[in-house]
Design a protein around this ligand. Structure first.
Ligand code: ZN
Length: 274
């Protein structure tokens, strides 16, 4: 099982870069429904999730919008800073309570400029995020709610490392960009097929292979692109595996250590209850 204190991106770095980054981070705890940032906010930090699960959503016509990304210990948020842009177009909402490693914008930018392995790794991560955004656009337009719900549950399980999760119809409808009635119908169907158990927001995945079969192809496409560009998500091979990647031979692949600093998520704001 993956160490819950590890973020896959940080764990992929050569040891000297990994230790530098971890030393520059503080561990912050996040609670469900907390909003890390809103569209238009100035980014003051990047976050490398370790146990927290974050939904990235884009507003549509002034509404709450729709989820365009789900980020856990495989990724990071605050990616505009990696492109030299301090303003975010997205909302980041805590979907599952947990911790992240937080680094200030200035030391992050400094590290990017002085650590080529970090620069290369995050360039590759940005590429993965771009392809996942494109996939999400097609998924929302063409795939049925039931298949999208199955995909979303699998993505959540991958990042939460748990078969059980708590999520309400209202929050699911927001994430999937559909009416609550549509989510209810899809959840009932998955339950009747014996794939999940759903009761008052408590969801348990009963049949992982069956749920994978029920999910749209986007789930496999997203995993494949991540694995191809950044390495395995199974918790054993954390280094990029592309043969041309300078990262393919970099780093020890060892475990990150927990940072010394710990603080609350100062400056966070409460969001809508799920
Ligand atoms: Zn899809």
């Amino acid at each position: 099982m993956p160490d819950p204190a590890v973020n896959h991106l940080l764990a992929s770095l050569p040891s000297k870069d990994r230790l530098h980054m971890i030393a520059g981070c503080e561990e912050v705890e996040h609670v469900v429904s907390e909003v890390l940032f809103e569209p238009g906010d100035r980014l003051r930090h990047v976050h490398f999730p370790t146990t927290v699960l974050l939904s990235l959503a884009t507003p549509i016509d002034g509404s709450n919008g729709i989820e365009v990304g789900l980020v856990g210990d495989e990724g990071m948020v605050g990616t505009p800073l990696a492109l030299g842009i301090a303003i975010t177009p997205l909302q980041a909402l805590v979907q599952r309570s947990g911790a992240s490693l937080r680094m200030g914008a200035a030391p992050f930018r400094h590290a990017l400029g002085h650590r080529p392995a970090l620069r290369q790794l995050l360039d590759r991560y940005l590429f993965v995020r771009m392809t996942q955004l494109a996939q999400a656009a097609g998924c929302t337009r063409y795939h049925l709610v039931e298949a999208r719900l199955a995909r979303w549950l699998l993505m959540t399980q991958d990042r939460a490392h748990s078969n059980a999760m708590h999520i309400t119809h209202e929050f699911l409808a927001l994430m999937l960009g559909v009416r609550r009635a549509g989510v209810t119908k899809a959840a009932i169907s998955l339950q009747r097929r014996g794939l999940i158990r759903y009761s008052r927001g408590d969801i348990e995945i009963l049949d992982r292979p069956g749920l994978e079969a029920a999910a749209c192809a986007c789930y496999r496409v997203d995993r494949a692109i991540y694995r191809r560009v950044l390495g395995s998500l199974d918790g054993t091979a954390r280094r990029a595996t592309h043969p041309a990647s300078p990262l393919s031979t970099a780093g020890s692949g060892g475990r990150a250590t927990r940072p010394l600093a710990r603080s609350s998520a100062a400056g966070s704001r409460g969001g809508p209850s799920p």
